[in-house]
Design a protein around this ligand. Sequence first.
Ligand SMILES: *Cc1c(COP(=O)(O)O)cnc(C)c1O
Length: 359
Amino acid sequence: MGKVKFNFSAGPAVLPEAVLKEAAQAVVDCGGTGLSILCMSHRGGTYEALHMEALANLRDLLRVPDDFAILLLQGGATQQFSQVAMNLAQGKPADYTLTGQWAEGAFKEAGKVAAVRVAADSRKVQPARVPLASEIKVGADAAYLHITTNETVDGIQWTSLPDSPVPLVADMSSDIMSRDIPWNRFSLVYAGAQKNLGPAGVTVVIVRKDVAEKAPSALPAMLRYQTHVEKDSLHNTPPCFSIYVLALVTRWVKAQGGVAVLEQRNRAKAAKLYAAIDGSGFYRGTADKAYRSIMNVTYRLPNEDLEKTFVKEAEAAGLSGLKGHRVVGGLRASIYNAMPESGVDALIQFMKDFQGRHS
Ligand SMILES: *Cc1c(COP(=O)(O)O)cnc(C)c1O
């Protein structure tokens, strides 16, 4: 077997090593039951306990109040782009902030099932940032204001929430579980698991119960949040393995000391990496310094040939997944919760060596 690499992939992304080892064991024999986690009934006691543990741990770690339901769904964050509008627009227009690749995706899909409006558009601003307060116009008649808290491709993050006369809906796919969520500002939060929570295949949706209840009853059952609220996300066969690993990840987060501890660690990791970029005179960050992502660090080299060489040599040195998104190019180091500080240190050392050899 080759050496295990530091994985900087944007998603599916790095998971804690202890979680991977435990999950590997459970694929053969889950908790001494003699059954694989892949082959047991979702109506049996072993699975149900894990399912309920994942829900309870999420509620605990994210401090989700009782008037919100936590759902474990399929279809990824991409399914949520339209499902949110189907359930929450309820005949009203919905306002969107366009901050990058993912916000744009959410806006386009929602527009197929509801009347959508642009509250702000910062997509063309260079260096990349979220809209300033003065640039955001939200209608008081809107059903909600949609934001993408962390633009995974563009490497920017809302550092504080926008003012809004209506509740927020947020795509938190790439920064959920990395900071506290002020629930009084939200009616819904969603996140594909494969960045900060677990493997692909499960999507966490946290929705205010009174809002979910009011969704059109004509919606197909699978698309109506209320179906899943009433059944604890066991209406049909859930993605059992993904939810099992999610339960393990939430256990791991608890063992680390919770979200606040991870946030501190993440800030320290990001600060180190950005300092290495800024101080190099060689690497150049692409995001506005005030809105830089703590999760996805995007940067460039003096030319594209060097970027290609960088990605190749980094891979050979055990640093994987550093190529930027195909749409924007450049480099991207995703340093989610499960990326240890030693991985960031190894990347910084490699960057210094590479600069020495190529500048
Ligand atoms: C990865 C990502 C998505 C897409 O998630 P899927 O699970 O692939 O549908 C959407 N939004 C953000 C912010 C993401 O990072």
